[in-house]
Design a protein around this ligand. Structure first.
Ligand code: 5AD
Ligand code: SF4
Length: 439
C-alpha cells in the first residue's frame, strides 16, 4: 500500500531547502508526497523560531493535529527545525503535545531516517536533539522541488551573535562545507539542467573563515563561474560588516552572478546598530552601497529592517526612515522586533510597547511600499529577461523571475519552463510584471 508524507515548512529558504532534504530521506523509504494531511502517514513540521509569530504559527498548527491523530492512531507526527533546538524546547513540546512522535533538531537532520525507523520499529516516542553541531554531510540527498532553481548550502551556523537573534543558539557555530564538495554539487546540478543556483548561508561572506581560508567566498563564486554556459548565480545572506571590495569585483566580473544583493541593514541609527552588535554604522553601510554601485551600476539591493528594538526612540526610528529614503532599496523586508528567550536584547531594559511598534512598522511599510512601487513603474515598456519557472493553470500564464527576483507573467504557446525568455513589460502597477513574449 502507498505511504504518503506531508512536510510543513516555516521560515526562510534555508528551511525550504532543509525540507527538501527531509523529503529526500522520506522518498528513499518509499513515501510519496501529498498535500492532503488527512491522507498522510507522516506529517513533518520544519519549524522556525527567528520571530515570535513564526513560532506561534507552528505551535498552533501542531496543536490542530490532535484530532487527526486521535482518529488515525498510526499517523506519525514529527517536529524538527530551529524551534526544537532552543533550550528546553523539546521538553516543552512533548508536554504541550504528547501526541508528537518524533522530535529532532537542526544538528541531526541527516539522522531523521534513523529516528523514523526507530519509531516504526515500535518505540513510543523518539526525541533526539543534539546540543552540539554534528559533522557536515557533503552528499546531496535532497529531493529538489524548485526547478529551475536549486539551493545549495555552503555553510551552516552563525558566529555573529547579533543581540536580537536566536540563530547562533539554535544553529551553532559557523561550519563551512568543503569547496570541492560544493563545486561537485553545483556542477552536477548544472549538468542536470538547473538554470539558477542559490548559495545559502547565514553569513555567506564569512565562508571559509573556519577552514583557514582555503577558499574564500569570492574565490568560491569565481570557481563556480568557470562554468561558461548561461545560468544565474545568487547567494544569501550577506552581512554588511563582511561585505567587501573583493566580492564586489567578483560580482562585477561575472555575468552569471545576479546583480542583486540582499544586504540586511536592520536599522538606521548608529546607537541602535551598536546595541544590536551589528559592527557597522549607517554611513559605513551607505558607503558599501556606493562602492557596489560604482563597480556594478545596475545592481539592486534588498534589505531587512526591524522596528521596535529595545530603547528605540522616535529619533532613532527617524534615522531608519531617512536611511531607507537615501539607500534606494529595490525592496525591503520589514519586521517588528520580538524578544527571543536567551538573547541579549530580550534582557535589555526599555522594551518597546506593542502599540508603538505597530505604529512604527506601519509608517515604515508605507515608505518601503512607495519605493517598491516606484521601482515597479520603472519597468514599464522595458524588455526584461525572465527565467520561466512555472505555469499558472488559473491565469493560463507562464511565470518566472527576472535577475532581481521580480515575478513576470506572460502567455506562450510553447512550454518554456526552465528557459530564459524575454518579455516586453506592459503592466507593472502591482508587485509583479505583465508582459508579452518577445520572439
Ligand atoms: N525580532 C524581529 N525580527 C528579527 N529578525 C531576526 N531576529 C529577529 C527578532 N528577534 C529579522 C532580521 C533578520 C531577518 C531574517 O529576521 O531582520 O535579518
Ligand atoms: Fe542572526 Fe546576525 Fe547571524 Fe544573521 S548575522 S543569523 S541576524 S546573528
Amino acid at each position: 500500500m502507498d505511504k504518503y508524507y506531508t512536510i510543513i515548512t516555516y521560515g526562510c529558504q534555508m528551511n525550504v531547502h532543509e525540507s527538501e532534504k527531509i523529503a529526500g530521506i522520506l522518498r528513499a523509504r518509499g513515501y510519496i508526497e501529498s498535500n492532503d494531511e488527512t491522507k498522510s502517514d507522516i506529517i513533518v513540521f520544519n519549524t522556525c523560531c527567528i520571530r515570535e509569530n513564526a513560532e506561534n504559527h507552528a505551535y498552533g498548527n501542531i496543536g490542530a493535529l490532535k484530532k487527526l491523530k486521535k482518529n488515525k492512531k498510526d499517523l506519525i507526527i514529527a517536529v524538527g527545525g530551529c524551534m526544537t533546538q532552543q533550550a528546553d524546547a523539546a521538553d516543552k513540546l512533548r508536554k504541550k503535545f504528547p501526541f508528537v512522535d518524533i522530535v529532532f533538531g537542526t544538528h541531526n537532520l541527516d539522522r531523521f531516517g534513523d529516528l523514523l525507523d526507530k519509531k516504526l520499529s515500535g518505540k513510543k516516542a523518539v526525541v533526539d536533539i543534539w546540543p552540539q553541531e554534528g559533522s557536515i554531510v557533503e552528499e546531496d540527498y535532497s529531493y529538489r522541488t524548485s526547478y529551475p532553481n536549486a539551493w545549495v548550502n555552503i555553510m551552516y551556523g552563525c558566529n555573529n551573535f547579533c543581540s536580537y537573534c536566536i540563530v547562533p543558539y539554535v544553529r551553532g557555530r559557523e561550519r563551512s562545507r568543503q569547496p570541492g564538495a560544493i563545486l561537485s554539487e553545483v556542477n552536477a546540478l548544472l549538468d542536470k539542467g538547473y538554470k539558477e543556483i542559490t548559495l545559502l548561508g547565514q553569513n555567506v561572506n564569512s565562508y571559509g573563515y573556519d577552514t583557514n581560508g582555503i577558499c574564500t567566498f569570492p574565490q568560491l563564486l569565481s570557481k563556480i563561474c568557470e562554468r561558461k554556459e548561461k545560468f544565474r548565480l545568487r547567494f544569501m545572506t550577506s552581512n554588511p560588516k563582511d561585505f567587501g571590495e573583493e566580492l564586489i569585483r567578483v560580482i562585477a566580473e561575472n555575468p552569471q552572478i545576479c546583480n542583486l544583493v540582499h544586504l540586511p541593514v536592520q536599522a538606521g541609527s548608529d546607537r541602535i546598530l551598536k546595541l544590536m552588535n551589528r559592527k557597522y554604522t549607517a554611513s559605513e553601510y551607505l558607503q558599501k552601497l556606493q562602492l557596489l554601485r560604482k563597480y556594478v551600476p545596475d545592481c539592486q539591493v534588498t534589505t531587512d529592517i526591524m522596528v521596535g528594538f529595545p530603547t528605540e526612540t522616535e529619533e532613532d526610528f527617524a534615522d531608519t526612515l531617512s536611511l531607507v529614503k537615501n539607500a534606494g532599496f529595490f525592496t525591503a523586508f520589514t519586521f517588528v522586533y520580538s524578544p527571543r528567550i536567551g538573547t541579549k536584547a530580550a534582557q535589555m531594559e526599555g522594551q518597546i510597547s506593542e502599540e508603538v511598534k505597530k505604529e512604527r512598522i506601519m509608517r515604515l511599510v508605507e515608505v518601503v511600499n512607495a519605493q517598491t512601487r516606484e521601482k515597479s513603474l520603472s519597468y514599464r515598456g522595458k524588455s526584461v529577461e525572465i527565467l520561466c519557472e512555472d505555469y499558472d493553470e488559473k491565469k493560463k500564464l507562464y511565470l518566472g523571475r527576472d535577475e532581481y527576483g521580480r515575478m513576470g507573467y506572460f502567455q506562450s504557446e510553447n512550454d518554456c519552463i526552465g528557459q530564459f525568455v524575454k518579455i516586453m513589460v506592459s503592466d507593472s502597477s502591482g508587485v509583479s510584471l505583465m508582459g508579452e513574449l518577445e520572439k
